[in-house]
Design a protein around this ligand. Structure first.
Ligand code: GCW
Length: 685
């Protein structure tokens, strides 16, 4: 696996004979009495894991053939396991959690991995393997774990022609040439990767649903889609589809898609019945409506709740859900108009509808109010909405964060967002507690990530970008994990348990987001990228455009005034305690200063630097740090596989060149605007 195809699931023999001995005691015999697809998946994984890591071939049996053994199953179906567990333990695992414990009798020693459901068991098996892989002693692995979030779902922006919107790792693994790909190996391997992190849902097609994608819900495609659902089901993953709101017109030939029209409602009802006849556990729909020119209820003077509820009613009897996206804003803005603010749009559109959505509707909200920039404040809908199911949308694919050509590990950013205090119900109303449904006791809630994978040999283009997929999955399972825990796990599983390798790659990952931030757009202002493909610097690329993405730089200052007193008023959408910090430049966190305020270049930052000098300094420093990333990597020569070593080295060299381009374009732009020299007299063009 020279290229990293197996990601963190390549099982190599542990370099620790003491530990091997400790585990081998129970792993020579696996007891399994239940039979189902998911249980078979779990068993296979366990067998392979034990074989690879401990170098033994376990005997699989229904009754034990040894005195010490490993017993796996669901305690809801398996009486023997049921009898070995305490009532409280069984309650604590919930629907998708698991327990790992040791039960000793005079005769026998039983290592138990069990869940209430087979999904829980599968996650338990993966967790057991992870513990061995990362060299945990046996006693460290006992306990009960369950996912914090109910919905842990990946969104794929894959099109039927095989292209991937904002994909940087090749073509789709699901579609090609307007057909569903028949060969299943790769898709199964992908399902396995997802299940290993506890992902339980996947949307296979792009939220922009065009001509061919619209037809995924017709008999021309449903048998093929059902095969994908079968593959994912073996790994405990439910399949969802993005749909076109105008389907009744485009597929059904109806004159309207008005959600309150009887014919339209009837059409969707029948359509949904048809889908469930192919896929009995179909998850539901993801909908981008009235957003960036996609059709939606607005055409008929209806609102988002009318649209979402119409679909929700038809899905309800099948236990399906509607995930309705909140990425709704005016994409035909006039840059001359200072009164409109795209950042305000999601809140303006959806707050009035709080409490108006059916119980099986979830609003999927991007983490920030703009669009996955390297730095944004938290969306005001988190902490605003109180009576609506909410899903966090993160972008794993690095559209604005280096497109898998720059190293940018996103977990520290996601952690800041999840740990953000919204004050919605007083202090400590963290975003992560809103999206896990606990603050407002939502029936449904969760975390979605826009996938960063494609058909390249290492899945993510840049092999180190696998860490973003891994980190997303781990945080969706447990947002309380620290960034350090996640890097350490990932490096140990992917590369090796060698402490130098672990330390160096961890340091690289942990520092990479801030490095990328320092040489790109400063202090929360965002954008400054080339239009359309969004790669590389272009300070005015979106300045005079219709997308609502401005920095408002002139010869005196830069930034968007979003205060209530003199600006767009966006800051006022937050709860009082949060708002107070943002309204005043003096208390505004500096990393977001230009997001909230228009600031003169000679403004003094807390460090004592002026704003203009900070821009120069951070851009020079960012390039030095990018060089340092490469040097760190070079110190690992001989400690990681040669092909991977060269691949990563190549990407990091590319990053250095790109970072210089960013530095020079940004510094030159501001030097020319202001005429202010760099205090250190460094080269600016
Ligand atoms: O970030 C923007 C992207 C679009 C994307 C859109 C969205 C899928 O540039 O490519 O469309 O957001 O999230 O809907």
């Amino acid at each position: 696996d020279a290229l990293g195809y197996n990601c963190w699931l390549g099982y190599h023999k542990l370099d620790n004979s003491r530990l091997i001995k400790e585990y081998v005691k129970w792993c020579k015999n696996i007891i399994r009495s239940e039979d189902s697809d998911v249980i078979n998946t779990a068993l296979d994984e366990l067998k392979n894991g034990i074989h690879g890591l401990l170098d033994i071939n376990p005997i699989i049996s229904v009754e034990p053939v040894m005195k010490a053994y490993l017993s796996i199953g669901t305690f809801s179906e398996n009486d023997t396991l049921d009898a070995l567990l305490e009532t409280e333990e069984k309650e604590e695992t919930g629907e998708e959690g698991f327990i790992i414990k040791l039960a000793e009798t005079d005769e026998e020693s039983i290592l138990i991995i069990a869940g209430k459901t087979e999904k829980g068991l599968l996650y338990g098996v993966f967790s057991f393997i992870r513990a061995i892989q990362t060299q945990n002693n046996l006693e460290n692995i006992f306990g009960i774990e369950k996912p914090a979030n109910q919905l842990r779902i990946l969104n794929h922006w894959d099109n039927l022609d095989g292209s991937i919107e904002r994909g940087y790792a090749g073509k789709s693994i699901f579609f090609n040439n307007n057909k569903v790909i028949r060969k299943s190996d790769r898709i199964r391997d992908y399902a396995r990767l997802l299940a290993s992190m506890g992902i339980n849902g996947t949307v296979i097609n792009n939220v922009n649903v065009l001509k061919f994608e619209t037809r995924l819900i017709t008999s021309a495609y449903l048998p093929d889609v059902a095969r994908l659902a079968d593959l994912f089901r073996e790994y405990g993953i439910r399949l969802y589809l993005s749909i076109n709101f105008a389907s009744p017109m485009e597929l059904g030939g109806l004159p309207t898609a008005d959600p309150l029209d009887e014919g339209v409602r009837e059409w969707w009802k029948k359509k949904i019945e048809e889908i469930y006849s192919y896929i009995p556990d179909f998850g539901g729909f993801l909908v981008k409506a009235d957003s960036e020119n996609r059709p939606g209820p607005f055409t008929y003077n209806r609102n988002h709740a009318d649209g979402a509820n119409m679909l929700a009613k038809a899905l309800k009897g099948h236990s399906g859900i509607v995930i309705w996206r909140c990425f709704v804003y005016n994409c035909m803005q006039d840059w001359r108009d200072y009164s409109v603010d795209r950042a305000k749009a999601a809140y303006d559109n959806f707050m009035p509808l709080d409490g108006k959505f059916d119980e099986n509707v979830l609003l999927q909200i991007k983490n920030g109010p703009m669009d996955f920039q390297v730095r944004e404040p938290v969306s005001t809908l988190f902490g605003g909405l109180r009576e609506t199911n909410q899903v966090m949308e993160f972008q794993i694919t690095q559209e604005y964060t280096g497109q898998q050509k720059h190293l940018c590990w996103l977990v520290p950013m996601w952690k800041e967002i999840l740990d953000f205090d919204t004050y919605a119900k007083g202090k400590n109303t963290f975003v992560k507690r809103i999206v896990n449904g606990s603050v407002f006791e939502n029936k449904y809630s969760g975390i979605a990530g826009v996938a960063n994978i494609g058909d390249e040999a290492n899945w993510t283009g840049f092999q180190l970008a696998q860490a973003n997929l891994y980190g997303f999955g781990r945080l969706a399972w447990n947002p309380d994990l620290t960034s350090e825990q996640i890097t350490e796990e990932w490096v140990r599983r992917t590369y090796s348990n060698n402490s130098e390798v672990v330390n160096i790659i961890s340091e690289m990952l942990l520092s990479s987001w801030k490095i990328y931030e320092s040489y790109t757009s400063p202090l929360g202002i965002g954008w400054m990228v080339n239009p359309n493909h969004h790669f590389g610097p272009n300070v005015d690329g979106y300045e005079y455009d219709k997308w609502g993405t401005y920095h408002r730089a002139d010869l005196r200052g830069i930034g968007v005034d979003r205060t209530s007193a003199s600006g767009t008023g966006y800051a006022g959408q937050y709860n009082k305690e949060v708002e107070e910090g943002y309204q005043d430049a003096g208390t505004c966190p500096e990393e977001l200063l230009l997001f909230f305020h228009h600031i003169p270049y000679n403004y003094k930052l807390k460090s004592g630097e002026t704003l203009i000098q900070y821009i120069y300094n951070s851009h020079f420093k960012g390039v030095e740090q990018a060089i340092d990333l490469k040097n760190k990597w070079l110190s690992l020569k001989g400690m990681v596989g040669e092909e991977l070593f060269n691949h990563v080295k190549g990407r990091l060299e590319g990053q250095i060149e790109y970072s210089k381009e960013w530095r020079d374009v940004i510094n030159t732009y501001f030097f020319r605007k202001t005429g202010i020299d760099d205090e250190q007299g460094r080269k600016i063009y």
